[in-house]
Design a protein around this ligand. Structure first.
Ligand code: ADP
Length: 464
């Protein structure tokens, strides 16, 4: 320990909720201490989340596309050396870590230290690192400690892989399992089922609810599920009781249908994908900062119940997505710079979400199910990818774009997309939503041909 060091801002975590604010504040002249258990910038997204999983998914997508139209004369579907897929994934991660290192070294006002942040009082934290404890006092604190994988208290849970085993740098899983049982039908379980299925695993997904992707629009999910590779087996209303090691690999013991009757299925590997939970730094609750089940309570200015302490990213549970964390981080930075006056607010209503299955599904703003539940009237515009030139070129003609508009004003309220390029297209719809555009604006914009974005204008024009 070496006395207390003074800085303007301390950040717990160095992921998407933290570093955009760190750079913004440093550019405005503030000194920033970022502390992260990993000792590197970019959090779980790069360590084991979005970037590595989308790298593996991209390879799976190439393989799927190559297999279409009779394989373009190539002999059968291409084989996959999963070790090489993992090597590519690792390379992408290293590339980005190196890039972040350069960005960080160019900003002398930010110091990144490796260690775990613990609150001592409302302005002082201890960072427990490899060489003991350091203490920092700051005018402002940004908590961006993110979220962690939930492993349910299931007998045999220790035998299960998690997304970390698949996507961390130098991951545990380096060969493609011939068969894979996935427990959990949220977006991580479904995306993994879809990508490993497309790479050649035989996948069965076990979901306890009546359908996968609970909480997302029912019609969108139904359309997505109908387009997934039918060789991916999805079991719903299944209660997994236990995972056991067996001679054939791992057994999943579960109840499905007949109450009380325990069934068994054997897989080479089993993965659990049962969600994520916020990581709350030690000592924070004792300061009177309110913490709810979904995370630290933060207002739209990203302030916690202690005005000089901000919470951005997965830790507040508002919209646990990397791009939302980045936006929240900048909101926090702007409000720190604004002193007592809030000068920026986070709008969760215009944050796009994509489920990166094959094909993908995406949505933003108001979706039909929510509108009906809340009695919000809407007009909907629709475009089917069956008519779309890019979808025809790729042989991915399932699904389409649904847009919701306010009757009368025709202001865009939200939209869902299932099918080709959904993850890209939802960006244009999100921007139109954030900008308050109407069906007329979308209908008169010359979306590029022959790209699937043409469907956005066409969906709007279906109203006229
Ligand atoms: P977000 O996108 O919301 O910023 P991430 O989960 O990507 O979330 O990043 C959060 C980061 O915070 C992770 O890298 C994690 O190691 C780090 N972290 C979690 N708890 C602490 C803590 N008490 N002190 C320092 N770092 C922490």
């Amino acid at each position: 320990m070496s006395g207390i060091q003074e800085v303007d801002v301390v950040m717990a975590g160095a992921g998407g909720g933290a570093y955009p604010a760190a750079f913004r504040l440093a550019r405005a002249g503030m000194t920033v201490l970022m502390a992260d258990i990993k000792g590197v910038m970019s959090g779980n997204c790069l360590a084991e989340g979005c970037v590595p999983s989308k790298t593996v998914r991209e390879v799976a997508h190439h393989r799927l596309r190559q297999g279409r139209f009779g394989g373009y004369g190539l002999p059968g579907t291409l084989g996959v050396d999963y070790g090489k897929v993992v090597a590519h994934k690792d390379n992408v991660q290293r590339l980005r870590y190196d890039q972040h290192k350069v960005e960080l070294s160019a900003e002398p006002k930010i110091r990144l230290v490796k260690g775990r942040v613990r609150f001592l009082d409302a302005h002082t934290v201890a960072v427990d690192g490899e060489r003991g404890e350091d203490r920092y006092r700051a005018r402002f604190i940004l908590v961006a400690s993110g979220s962690d994988i939930v492993v349910p208290p299931l007998p045999g849970a220790e035998f299960c892989l998690t997304s970390r085993d698949l996507f961390a740098l130098s991951p545990t899983l380096t060969s493609l399992p011939a068969s894979l049982g996935i427990i959990g039908g949220g977006y991580i379980g479904l995306e993994t089922a879809s990508m490993l299925g497309a790479l050649g695993s035989r996948v069965t997904l076990f979901e306890q609810g009546a359908r996968v992707l609970t909480g997302m629009d029912g019609k969108m999910v139904g359309e997505l599920v109908s387009l997934l590779d039918p060789s991916i087996e999805i079991l719903t209303e299944v209660h997994v009781r236990e995972v056991r090691k067996s001679s054939g690999g791992y057994d999943i013991l579960f109840v499905h249908g007949e109450p009380g009757e325990i069934k068994t299925r054997t897989f080479e590997r089993v993965m659990v994908a049962a969600g994520r939970r916020p990581v709350i730094p030690e000592g924070l609750s004792a300061l009177g900062i309110e913490v709810a089940k979904k995370g630290i309570v933060a207002d739209p200015a990203m302030r916690t119940t202690l005005p000089h302490v901000y919470a951005a990213g997965d830790v507040n549970g508002i919209t646990p997505l990397f791009h939302a964390a980045v936006r929240q981080s900048l909101v926090a930075a702007h409000n720190i710079l604004g002193g007592e006056a809030s000068c920026d607010y986070f709008d969760p209503g215009a944050v796009p979400t994509t489920v990166f299955t094959l094909p993908e599904a995406a949505y933003v703003g108001l979706v039909p199910e929510t509108a009906r539940k809340r009695g919000i009237p809407f007009l909907s515009g629709r475009y089917d990818f069956a008519e779309d030139s890019r979808a025809q070129i790729l042989g991915e003609t399932g699904g389409g774009i649904t847009l919701l508009f306010e009757p009368g004003s025709l202001r865009l309220l939200g939209g869902t997309i299932v099918g080709v390029d959904a993850g890209n297209l939802i960006g244009e719809i999100g921007l139109a939503l954030a900008g308050g555009l109407t069906a007329r604006d979308l209908a008169t914009y010359a979306d590029q041909h022959p790209m699937a974005a043409e469907g956005i204008g066409r969906a709007a024009r279906s109203l006229f």
